[in-house]
Design a protein around this ligand. Structure first.
Ligand code: FES
Length: 98
């Protein structure tokens, strides 16, 4: 039986344990929307450049080819413009922030 010896808990509660410079790092975030939103906000305020905070917004897709308009949010079609976006691309568009 393998026992996990690493950190456990909400990712937003683990920032003090991170041993890297936030300004030089890149974050790829996936998970529940509320966690994505909190993690992106925290990383930005910890000094990570907004273009280096990356997430996916794939949950809003339906046709996936830019035809149905179901995924249109703000200035972007999630399916054809994404589904991967940087925080820089979405931070000023409340419809895109999970
Ligand atoms: S999912 Fe239909 S336009 Fe994007």
């Amino acid at each position: 039986m393998t026992i996990w010896n690493g950190s456990v808990g909400l990712v937003t509660g683990l920032w003090p344990e991170v041993r890297t410079g936030f300004k030089r790092a890149v974050a790829y975030i996936c998970g529940p929307e509320v966690m994505i939103k909190a993690a992106m906000r925290d990383l930005f305020f910890l000094g990570m450049p907004d273009e280096k905070i990356i997430t996916t917004l794939e949950s809003h897709m339906k046709c996936g080819v830019g035809k149905c308009g179901h995924c249109y949010a703000g200035p972007k079609y999630i399916c054809t413009d994404g589904p991967v976006f940087s925080y820089r691309e979405i931070k000023n568009h409340s419809m895109l922030i999970p």
